[in-house]
Ligand binder design. Structure first.
Ligand SMILES: [Zn+2]
Ligand SMILES: [Zn+2]
Length: 270
C-alpha cells in the first residue's frame, strides 16, 4: 500500500479524467455502454468525468451518444476525450481523427505506450516486462522521456497521462533522472499542458502512483496544473483509490485541480 502522510486537510476529489468505456476493443458508444459510468460517478460523488478511450478505438466513439448521455445526466459534466498515444501503426490515423474532431473534443490525453517494439505496448502486464530484459534501463528511461516530449510537441494534446509510466514493471534507473524530468517538465510548461495524478500505478507491479513524489514536487514548483485520474477500464474502477490520492495531494499541499471544456483549462479549488 502507498504510504502517505495523513494531513489534517482532506479533500474530496470530484473529477476523473482518464477512463476507458470501451476497455480494450472497439465497442460502439451506446447508452447501455455509457450510462453505468454516469451511475458510478454519481455513486462516488464525482461531478465530472472525461471519456478517454484509446485513439486506436476511435471508431467506437460517438459524439451524439455522449450528448444523449449528457441530456440524461444533467447533474454531471461529461467530457468527450481521447487518449492519443505513440502507436507506430495506429496513431497516424488517430492524429487525423483528433484533428478532424478537435472542436467536439473537450480533452486529449497524450501517452507513450510504445518503445522499440511496434506490436506490443511496453506497459502490458506482465508481457511488456520482457522489453526491459537485458536492456540498459537508463537508456530506456531517456528514450521514453524523449517520446513523451514528442507527443507533447504534436500540439494535439491538453494533458500528459501517467508521466512516468516507464517504471510500471519496477525497473529503476541507476543514474539520476532529474535533468531528464526537468527538461520534460519545462517542455510541458512551454506547451502549456497539464499532467495527470493517476492512481493506476497502485494497481500495477510498481505499486506506486504516477507520477512519483520527486516528479510531483518538481511539477508543483514549476506550476504545472494537475488533473485527477484512475485510468479505469471498467465502470467499477472509476475513481479507484481516490481517497488515498486525496490524502496524497493534501500531504503535498496541492489545492487545485484542473478540468477542461473544449480544450479550455479551468483551474478549480479542492
Ligand atoms: Zn495509457
Ligand atoms: Zn488509459
Amino acid at each position: 500500500m502507498p504510504i502517505t502522510q495523513l494531513s489534517s486537510t482532506s479533500y474530496k476529489l470530484f473529477a476523473d479524467y482518464h477512463t476507458h468505456p470501451q476497455g480494450h476493443r472497439v465497442q460502439r458508444y451506446t447508452q447501455t455502454l455509457l450510462q453505468p459510468w454516469a451511475e458510478s460517478a454519481r455513486r462516488l460523488g464525482l461531478t465530472e468525468i472525461a471519456f478517454t478511450d484509446h485513439d486506436r478505438y476511435h471508431a467506437g466513439v460517438d459524439f451524439d451518444e455522449i450528448d444523449r448521455l449528457r441530456d440524461r445526466n444533467p447533474d454531471l459534466r461529461i467530457r468527450a476525450g481521447i487518449e492519443l498515444d505513440n502507436d507506430p501503426v495506429h496513431s497516424p490515423a488517430g492524429q487525423n481523427w483528433v484533428e478532424k474532431h478537435w472542436d467536439k473534443l473537450d480533452f486529449v490525453l497524450g501517452s507513450v505506450h510504445f518503445l522499440d517494439r511496434v506490436d506490443e505496448m511496453f506497459d502490458s502486464v506482465p508481457d511488456g516486462a520482457t522489453q526491459f530484459e537485458g536492456k540498459n534501463i537508463d537508456a530506456l528511461y531517456a528514450s521514453y522521456f524523449r517520446r513523451v516530449r514528442e507527443i507533447a510537441a504534436t500540439g494535439l494534446v491538453d494533458c500528459l497521462a501517467h508521466l512516468d509510466l516507464i517504471k510500471i514493471h519496477g525497473h529503476r534507473p541507476s543514474a539520476e533522472i532529474g535533468s531528464l524530468v526537468n527538461e520534460t517538465l519545462d517542455f510541458v510548461c512551454a506547451q502549456n499542458l497539464a499532467i495527470e495524478l493517476s492512481t493506476a500505478g497502485w494497481r500495477k507491479p510498481v505499486k506506486e502512483a504516477y507520477p512519483g513524489d520527486a516528479i510531483m514536487e518538481l511539477a508543483m514548483k514549476k506550476g504545472v496544473p494537475f488533473t485527477t485520474a484512475s485510468d479505469a477500464h471498467s465502470h467499477a474502477q472509476l475513481g479507484d483509490n481516490f481517497s488515498i490520492l486525496a490524502q496524497r495531494m493534501a500531504s503535498f499541499g496541492i489545492q487545485h485541480v484542473c478540468v477542461f471544456e473544449r480544450h479550455n483549462r479551468i483551474q478549480l479549488a479542492l
